[in-house]
Design a protein around this ligand. Structure first.
Ligand SMILES: [Zn+2]
Length: 116
């Protein structure tokens, strides 16, 4: 399963993993895939792109995930000050964020020029 994630340059869903493993002659149940993904996330090796309900290998620290709606490419940005700023804004409203996810959908540079 890690090999599937390593070879993917796009996030892949748990069901994509099930279908690819099955197609390669290694049938696996969705519950098994979710269990392995949970373990890999706990180890910090995989992260979930929440708005796509899909998974990618965690390669480097990042604070913001940019998702191209044209080609589904992911770009990960380090913005170390951003989470603290957003958490401070939320706390001024009395909200205590337990988890902060910063994802943005749009067009990558290539799609922005070719899909106009
Ligand atoms: Zn794109």
């Amino acid at each position: 399963m890690v090999a599937l994630l390593t070879g993917a340059n796009r996030p892949i869903s748990a069901y994509d993993i099930v279908h690819r493993c099955t197609a390669e002659g290694h049938p696996i149940a969705p519950t098994q895939v979710y269990r392995v993904l949970a373990r890999l996330m706990a180890q910090g090796r995989v992260f979930r792109v929440e708005t796509l309900a899909a998974y990618m290998l965690w390669r480097a620290p990042f604070d913001m995930c940019l998702i191209c709606d044209g080609c589904h490419a992911i770009q990960l940005l380090p913005c170390p000050e951003l989470p603290a700023q957003l958490a401070a804004q939320a706390q001024r409203l009395g909200f205590r964020p337990a988890r902060l996810i910063i994802e943005s959908h749009g067009r990558c540079a290539e799609c922005a020029t070719t899909l106009q």
